[in-house]
Design a binder for this molecule. Structure first.
Ligand code: PEP
Length: 256
């Protein structure tokens, strides 16, 4: 990962009430001694309803993990019932926001234009997007996974500046490996993560490509995270299921 600090981000999805989130953070703080944070950045991504509590515990207890959100409105404010804006998330000290997750692309019909608008909204509020790209099983079996992911990436980055792109986090998440227990091999993860970095290089130059972080996501656990993050272009992991158990998540972060 050549100088880039690895990031392990726990995507809680629609799990944990704010009370459960507080208990989770307390356990994680015990399970992951402070010395580990020198080597790995650990982020939790709760549902909106738990962000305030997470922020308060992290701040109040001086915990070293960071936090973010799972979605952002493309708009700054206005008549968008149910949505949450970048300025609102920034006020809660969110460092990251997930954009383009395959679940939102599928269940909320978010296309590349929406993903691009959300990426730009995040940057406009000083929040780093964790931009997810990834192919379904049909695309993988047709051998078109690299082109599919780099096309999603380019589309999501329209009108994004080099200064912004240098701070970007991209997560390669093959849809067939999410929540299925089926992990892409470390070599498969490296192949697409390297292509993602190559595309960033073409769009913005080598310096930007060398500073953006590229994660792998899809059934990552403490048992497989080591070999995955050992790949040269894989700078950490976006973790779903295994991020909900504080003992397992602490173990996973310690290994990374
Ligand atoms: C995810 O959806 O971001 C994810 C990686 O999920 P899981 O780890 O459960 O496969």
């Amino acid at each position: 990962t050549s100088g880039r600090k690895p990031l392990i981000a726990g995507n809680w999805k629609m799990n944990l009430t704010h009370l459960e989130a507080i208990a989770f953070l307390q356990k994680l703080a015990y399970g992951l001694p402070e010395k580990y944070y020198a080597k790995v950045e650990v982020a939790v991504l709760p549902p909106f309803t738990a962000i305030r509590s997470v922020q308060t515990v992290i701040d109040g207890d001086g915990l070293l993990m960071t936090h973010g959100a799972q979605d952002i409105s493309p708009h700054e404010s206005g008549a968008y019932t149910g949505d949450v804006s970048g300025p609102m998330l920034a006020k809660l000290m969110c460092r990251y926001v997930v954009v383009g997750h395959s679940e939102r692309r599928a269940y909320h019909h978010e296309d590349d234009a929406v993903v691009n608008a959300k990426v730009r909204a995040a940057f406009a509020s000083g929040i780093t997007p964790i931009l997810c790209v990834g192919e379904g099983l049909d695309v993988r079996e047709a051998g078109e996974h690299v082109g599919h992911c780099t096309t999603q990436l380019s589309a999501a980055l329209e009108k994004v500046t080099p200064e912004q792109a240098a701070t970007l986090v991209v997560a390669y998440e093959p849809i067939w490996a999410i929540g299925t227990g089926r992990v892409a091999g470390a070599g498969d993860a490296q192949e697409v993560c390297a292509a993602v970095r190559g595309t960033l290089g073409k769009l913005y130059g080598d310096t930007v490509a060398g500073s953006a972080r590229v994660l792998y996501g899809g059934s990552v656990k403490s048992g497989n995270v080591g070999e995955i993050v050992a790949e040269p272009d894989v700078d950490g992991a976006l973790v779903g299921g295994a991020s909900l158990d504080p003992d397992e998540f602490a173990k996973l972060c310690a290994i990374a």
